[in-house]
Design a protein around this ligand. Structure first.
Ligand SMILES: [Zn+2]
Length: 370
């Protein structure tokens, strides 16, 4: 017999959908800090999945992708439960959209990055740590799987792409040490065996492929317990970091992203239906983020579309002095690859995102219909 779910003060019975808020605290001028959620409790038993977005603040398109995916879920046809935290970092979403053109990554209340404070603190912690504590204890630890959604920031649009973080399979340590600022606590490392890490990596890899993005960037490195994905891995929760959409715009990447989330639920046999997959999927072990050295106005070459193949040395665009037309920087592709994310805003400061390029000379897995 399937049981009710409790999140904060909200009870969700089997076969029901509910919306609510997790209270965290009250700011100086009595503005309430609360984190909205949606839970769909399926009519029958199955896996429990958390869909979370906006950890980095001004990356709000994940919330729209989750909203669209969840409209297609019938609680009576669902096995297990889906817990949604579409606006996990609400203050950053409220106020983070105006800093540089890519948006603020931190909580403006205490200038901390919500993706560096896990699993949070209930007492003697900054507001961001208290938010993490509430999210971790009320929702995330109820789940066996976690999809951590990001977007291309305020400056860039982005294809859906899976960015799995996995344990190192070589001789590197399993867990990153030396969290410099003292926040983020190691949890659940007892009993972390090679077998458990290999099994976690296998499940992360399967979920990354099932997401159904045309590109998967496989990364193996010591788990950072201050990051949500690292903390989840160390506690036996299978995490998948994904990106989709960006720049606050509605385009094809949003519905594609929603389809990818539904692919995960199909993979876990929570909903019926065949996954919707692209003709070709590749997994790469190298990926380049191109950021500008110069500030100015960025004018992109017209062929630099999402999914475009570029050759090493090909011009992506130019940063111009907006008054004199002087070319401050000619941005060229540093590798042969596929454009996964591209700038869509013209004004740029030094360090602004130009493009993310998946390295097509570093393909480690491939699936093709052809
Ligand atoms: Zn992010």
């Amino acid at each position: 017999m399937r049981e009710s779910i409790q999140v904060g003060s909200t009870t969700i019975k089997p076969g029901e959908r509910a919306y609510g808020y997790l209270p965290v605290g009250v700011l100086a001028a009595r503005t309430e800090v609360r984190i909205p959620f949606q839970v769909v409790n399926g009519a029958s038993d199955g896996p429990r999945v958390c869909l979370e977005s906006t950890l980095h603040g001004w990356e709000p398109m994940g919330a729209e992708i989750i909203r669209r995916a969840m409209l297609r879920i019938d609680p009576h046809g669902l096995r297990g439960a889906v817990y949604c935290l579409p606006l996990a970092n609400p203050l950053s979403v409220e106020f983070g959209g105006t800093v540089e053109s890519s948006g603020m990554r931190v909580n403006p209340a205490d200038v901390l990055d919500l993706n560096r404070v896990w699993p949070g603190k209930r007492v003697n912690g900054w507001l961001t740590e208290q938010m993490a504590y509430v999210l971790w204890n009320e929702v995330i630890t109820q789940c066996e799987y976690l999809i951590d959604m990001h977007d291309g920031t305020g400056a860039c649009d982005e294809l859906p792409v899976a960015f799995p973080h996995a344990f190192p399979s070589d001789s590197q340590p399993a867990v990153a040490g030396g969290i410099a600022d003292g926040i983020g606590a190691v949890g659940g490392t007892e009993g972390l065996t090679h077998e458990k890490m290999a099994e976690m990596n296998r499940q992360i890899r399967e979920m990354a492929i099932a997401f159904g993005s045309s590109v998967i960037w496989w990364r193996e490195h010591p788990a950072n317990p201050a990051m949500l994905s690292g903390q989840a891995m160390l506690n036996g929760i299978v995490p998948l970091v994904v990106e989709a959409g960006g720049a606050g715009i509605i385009d094809d990447t949003i519905d594609q992203g929603a389809e990818c989330l539904l692919n995960i639920l199909k993979h876990l046999e929570m909903i019926a239906g065949d996954p919707v997959l692209p003709k070709r999927q590749i997994m790469v072990e190298n990926y380049v983020v191109y950021r500008s050295l110069a500030g100015g106005f960025y004018l992109q070459e017209p062929e630099i579309k999402l999914g475009a193949e570029v050759k090493k040395g090909q011009v992506l665009g130019r940063v111009l002095d907006p008054v004199t037309s002087e070319v401050m920087e000619t941005c060229t592709a540093p590798i042969n690859g596929i454009i996964i994310s591209r700038r869509v805003r013209m004004p740029i400061n030094p360090g602004g995102y130009i493009a993310h390029i998946a390295d097509t000379d570093a393909v480690i897995w491939e699936r093709s219909n052809r």
